[in-house]
Design a protein around this ligand. Sequence first.
Ligand code: GLY
Length: 414
Amino acid sequence: MNVKPFIIPFLFATLILIQSCNNGQPKDIVADNFNFAAQQLQYAIELTGEAVSKDSRDSASKARRPLASPRTLEEDGSLKMVPVRDWTSGFFPGELWFMYEKTGDQEWKERAIQFTEPLQVLRHHTGTHDLGFMVYNSFGNGLRLTGNSGFKEILLDAARSLSTRYKPGAKIIRSWDHNRDKWQCPVIIDNMMNLELLFWAFKESGDSTFYRIAVNHANSTMKNHFRPDYSTYHVVDYDTITGEVLNRHTHQGFAHESTWSRGQAWALYGYTLMYRETGDQAYLNQANHIAEYIFTHPRLPEDLIPYWDFDAPEIPNEPRDVSAAAITASALYELSSYNGGDAGRYTRWADTVLENLTTDYRATPGADGGFLLLHSTGAKSLNSEIDVPLVYADYYYLEALLRKSRIEDNRPLF
Ligand code: GLY
């Protein structure tokens, strides 16, 4: 029989999994998921090797090279890899760092370095606001776990590159450079996530410019991106001289006035990290209100995994967005640690999300491109990545599991 090498450890893991299950739910959800992730990510690494060598034989795809990380599956089920400049390039190396964090296994560290190092060219990239996602999740996790001083310099350069996008007249960081005919200076709610890199750079360098930019951006976003019920607009377009809001639009959501689920998740995570970094109660209040919006929403399904947009017209016959659920769970564990009285409520919501993702949304072991979770939605409104695995869903799933285990072991989250 021709058995591929990755199948053998997978069979053992499956056996252990079957023995340790309790009513369909593994007894130790963190250990179970990290065992599963070990098999899947090993398989994914094998597939990346195949995808890169196939791509190098295809002269039509030269412009996209070099391919760096997996992002999702193509329609034919093959792995879709992206080059370093794709906004998702840092998530796969980040997952490998999480594997090293959980296991202490040097092999995971070597693999993490292998997928992190090619991203160093991004340190001088000023063409996107997504540097936080790309560089902080890869080099930032690497620095946290290894203390590698070379990583520090790369991260500082990246923070400087991100800061070049700051527009003092409007007190925001410009998100996108595309669609210039539609928007003068678009800022998307997702941009809150990239502030973490700036706070790190402030603490590392002592340069308060990084801090000021992050706080100003968060304050402008708090003022202009939210409706009175704490739902978010996806895109706010600014006049860079006067700071006036020109438009409030969506790009990936259902409609300008709808609530795109992943945007709401980025907002929750973003204002939670703002409280962590500043201690300003206004950000904690904001995060609490956003959590309330999500978890008391009448169209949030019983299993707490949202549809791709809270106002999608065909609910309940709309795809879910597992990535929004995973981001939200990770943010909720952190938020629980700042909320004495409400902590139990937040951890219960997060635990339920993780339990349901584990039971009902996980990929098939040894298949599905080595991804961990199915049923995410990238941009249904653009007819792109509908009901697929997405690398960032997996990244925040592992991060949430690590946070859960820290809380349960009474270890500090940061
Ligand atoms: N930051 C891009 C997205 O959430 O799709």
